[in-house]
Design a protein around this ligand. Structure first.
Ligand code: AMP
Length: 407
């Protein structure tokens, strides 16, 4: 437990229609307060905060993310905390799209704020919300460094062969079309945790080859070699790659044109179909894996097919990333599904013994919140579950930028 005088970082995660926040100690990860404002810009909103034993909530209109920050301030007051607390040494803002430029967390000045806004052309649902969240938070905490931590940063060094689409070169350049990836904070946090864990057991990790599977409602895979990302499944936007809660992942892009020509759907409608009405939800009417696994066990046909499509896609990525890496040392699972759904891991990894992967079925089925190995001692590839903690990672990165600034 951190002493109450230890520095704190406020982490702000502005999503398209939500704003999540957490006040925590970067040193040991102690969370002092956590909460969310939901349905931002959608008429009637709601918000809640939890701070140890104390809780509070709000219901009412939340027109934008600036206003959401004022509600956060109010909720803090209601649980006996204050945003003018001088223990708050930095604010870390999660920013989804940092383009090819931002490979590290940065102090937010006018130029950075302008760039985040400009990069909204690539991530309109997220970056404009992030700018509003930044403006709102800076108005409330004007004397504290605000740091942007980019979801794309870990992937800015992807090899050019992985980052480029085989699209017309001029068009790609003019419209900044390339593979930027997402979930980078999580992939970096997890791959570093794996390396540290294995290094502490005396293993040489200088060239460690990992496939990280971040399987949450949004899902992505990455290939990491010696700590550097060399491939990732999300592309220009988070749509590409794995099957997700409500997103298709990889599809033939001409399906878009087909739907336009045949059904007369416009861009907004197609965007909505591909991002919000497809994936597991679109295939079987459910996107919570607690419901999906129960339905599979009960023999539900749509859920079984959806699960098969989900796992098949994972296998394709695992196989291709192993070849991109040249060999494989570690498979690491993280996020809601990666950490909590044994059925997915078992279906994915059963029958891959010839490739050096031997899952320990008992360890795979055990429940735990800890980082752990779930492969057999004989398995050449180490299979691990590594709980991700994006807020802690953002808090640590923001705190480090603030420390250098104070320097
Ligand atoms: P995330 O986006 O990482 O928060 O993951 C959210 C998803 O993880 C949910 O939609 C569920 O499908 C899944 N999930 C979370 N907890 C569990 C659990 N205990 N059992 C099964 N699935 C879970």
């Amino acid at each position: 437990m951190a002493a109450s005088t230890d520095p704190r970082v406020l982490v702000i995660n502005s999503g398209s229609s939500s704003l999540k926040f957490q006040l925590l100690a970067p040193a040991d990860g102690t969370v002092e307060a956590t909460g969310i404002v939901e349905r931002v810009g959608q008429g009637q909103g709601n918000a809640a905060i939890e701070a140890g034993e104390r809780e509070s909530s709000f219901e009412g209109p939340v027109p934008d993310h600036k206003e959401a920050m004022k509600i956060v301030e109010r909720l803090f007051g209601e649980v006996g905390l204050s945003l003018s607390d001088d223990r708050i040494r930095a604010v870390g803002h999660r920013v989804v799209q940092g383009g090819a430029r931002y490979s590290n967390p940065v102090l937010i000045d006018e130029q950075v704020r302008w760039d985040i806004h400009d990069l909204g052309k690539l991530a309109p649902l997220h970056n404009y919300a992030a700018v509003d969240g930044i403006d709102g938070a800076q108005a409330l905490l004007p004397d504290v460094p605000h740091v942007a931590v980019f979801d794309t940063a870990f992937f800015t060094a992807l090899p050019e062969a992985a980052a480029n689409y085989a699209l017309n070169r001029e068009i790609a350049k003019q419209y900044r079309v390339r593979r930027y990836g997402a979930h980078g904070t999580s992939h970096q946090f997890v791959s570093q945790a794996v390396s540290s864990h294995l290094a502490s057991q005396g293993r040489d990790v200088s060239d460690l080859r990992q496939v990280v599977m971040h399987l949450g409602n949004g899902a992505s895979a990455s290939a990491v070699r010696g700590g550097e990302a060399v491939e990732t499944s999300m592309g220009l936007t988070p749509l590409e790659g794995l099957v997700m809660g409500t997103r298709t992942g990889d599809i033939d892009p001409t399906i878009y044109i087909h739907l336009h020509r045949q059904a007369g759907f416009g861009p907004e409608e197609i965007d909505d179909i591909l991002n919000k009405r497809s994936g597991m939800m679109g295939m079987c009417g459910m996107n919570d894996f607690r419901d999906i696994t129960a339905a599979v066990e009960a023999g539900d046909e749509a859920a079984t097919l959806a699960m098969d499509v989900y796992v098949h896609r994972l296998r394709k990525y695992l196989g291709s990333y192993s070849f991109v890496l040249g060999s494989l040392d570690v498979i690491a699972f993280t996020a809601g599904i990666g950490e909590n759904v044994p059925m997915v891991r078992e279906k994915l990894l059963t029958g891959l013994e010839r490739f050096g992967i031997e899952l320990d079925l008992e360890a795979n089925a055990a429940r735990s919140k800890e980082m752990r190995v779930i492969s057999t001692p004989e398995s050449e590839v180490t299979v691990m579950i590594v709980p991700t903690d994006e807020e802690l990672s953002i808090a640590r990165q923001a705190s480090e930028v603030a420390r250098q600034l104070a320097g």
